[in-house]
Design a protein around this ligand. Structure first.
Ligand code: PGA
Length: 247
């Protein structure tokens, strides 16, 4: 199974930050067996592509993709556009897109359909809110998200899918899920994958939510964790590298 260390830079970085990030990051040894994917904001994709293209260990991902092919969709970026910027990956269904910009599972399903017919690998985010967790309905919520997102997808079996389990209460809070929770939820997700007959697909299961230098090793040691989707700890090149080095 492939391993992934994915940086979601959200809306944090300026070009100046990006310059110093790469000056530092590219001086490091990036040759372990884990894939590095950097997801800058879309306006910086070409810029990051130019800075990183000399290093084949680094791939580029978009933080989102439009469900539409082209047309009058102000502020959106199409599959074709992100491919022109050399993206091999695209995050879809991030909880910030869902909660702040009101994207639904149906929108995520439409985006997955767009990516499924392309050579861009989807990074599909799912996760429960604190309220849902405290009401004891985490598994039900995840199963429903899963079923709606994968509804009516004509699976391309040669394609890799990345699913990031990101409990919303753990994102940006400094409080990651504990390893027992991660283990049991990832096991549960593997069962759903089998149930809806996705088991012939190449699926990587990542964890995301307050991953940092201190907790990365113990989370990575959990069975069924194939890597990380990292927000705030990914915007410092040294910190991101130290996490990558735990693989
Ligand atoms: P965080 O964000 O690492 O800052 O918690 C993770 C994410 O939003 O993907």
């Amino acid at each position: 199974m492939s391993k992934y260390c994915i940086a979601n830079w959200k809306m944090y970085m300026s070009k100046k930050n990006i310059d110093s990030y790469f000056e530092n990051f590219l001086s490091k040894d990036l040759n372990n067996n884990c894939n590095i994917v950097i997801c800058p904001s879309s306006i910086h994709l070409d810029y990051v592509n130019k800075l990183s293209e000399s290093n084949k260990s680094i791939s580029l991902g978009s933080q989102n993709v439009s469900e539409y092919e082209n047309g009058a969709y102000t502020g959106e970026n199409s599959l074709q556009m992100i491919k022109e910027s050399n993206c091999d990956f695209a995050i879809i269904g991030h909880s910030e897109r869902r909660q702040i910009f009101h994207e639904s599972d149906i929108d995520v399903n439409n985006k997955l359909k767009v990516l499924n017919n392309s050579n861009v690998t989807p990074i599909i985010c799912i996760g429960e809110t604190l309220e849902e967790r405290e009401s004891g309905i985490t598994r039900e919520v995840l199963k429903n998200q899963f079923k709606r997102i994968f509804n009516d997808i004509n699976f391309n079996l040669s394609k890799e899918f990345i699913i990031a389990y990101e409990p919303i209460w753990a994102i940006g809070t400094g409080k990651s899920a504990d390893t027992e929770t991660i283990y049991s939820i990832h096991k549960f997700l593997k069962n759903i994958i089998n149930e809806i007959n996705l088991n012939n697909c190449n699926i990587c299961l990542l964890y995301g939510g307050s991953v940092n230098e201190e907790n990365a090793s113990e989370i990575l040691a959990v069975d069924e964790v194939d890597g990380f989707l990292i927000g705030s700890a990914s915007i410092d090149a040294d910190v991101f590298y130290n996490i990558y080095n735990k693989f």
